[in-house]
Write a protein that binds this ligand. Structure first.
Ligand SMILES: Cc1cc2nc3c(=O)[nH]c(=O)nc-3n(C[C@H](O)[C@H](O)[C@H](O)COP(=O)(O)O)c2cc1C
Length: 139
């Protein structure tokens, strides 16, 4: 059975490219071997993360438990968790979205201000935003 989990968090220290590279590198090997797909959106200006994880219930729960305990971020807030019929991010071992490259008007469609605060988004809005961004600025 497949599930999708989406959460928001705050970086423990000001985000650096090196930290992001390390996390992504770590993630891609693990996720591929465990059948996990998803996207990590890093918002440098707001020092926040928004991530979606898809995969088997067991693997997604196991990974989320590791992620929650990771001291590189804090205030991990579960936005949504649902059983799903199919994946939305199936081509991504872990896609990366850098919000610096995003057009402010795109963010404004989803949030009150152009400075995105992912912790205020509903799961549905968060997923819609990630789905739109993955088609434009993901790497
Ligand atoms: C924002 C953020 C997102 C992360 N995403 C993933 C991920 O998708 N996959 C993964 O394997 N590790 C991810 N990690 C790293 C895990 O938290 C953890 O360090 C890694 O799974 C190794 O855990 P272990 O040493 O307990 O095996 C992420 C860390 C952070 C801070």
């Amino acid at each position: 059975m497949l599930v999708r989990l989406v959460y928001a968090s705050r970086a423990a220290e000001p985000m650096t490219a090196k930290m992001l590279d390390t996390v992504l590198q770590q993630s891609r090997g693990y996720n591929q071997s465990r059948g996990i797909t998803g996207v990590l959106c890093a918002h440098e200006a707001g020092n926040s993360f928004l991530q979606v994880l898809e995969g088997s219930r067991e693997e997604v729960n196991r990974l989320y438990n590791k992620i929650v305990r990771d001291d590189r971020h804090t205030d991990v807030l579960l936005l949504g968790y649902a059983e799903i019929g199919e994946r939305r991010f199936s081509s991504w071992r872990m896609g990366r979205i850098d919000l610096k490259q995003v057009n402010p008007s795109t963010l404004l469609r989803y949030s009150e201000r152009a400075e995105l605060d992912p912790s205020t988004l509903s799961a549905e809005r968060a997923l819609a935003l990630l789905e739109e961004l993955i088609t434009t600025v993901a790497g």
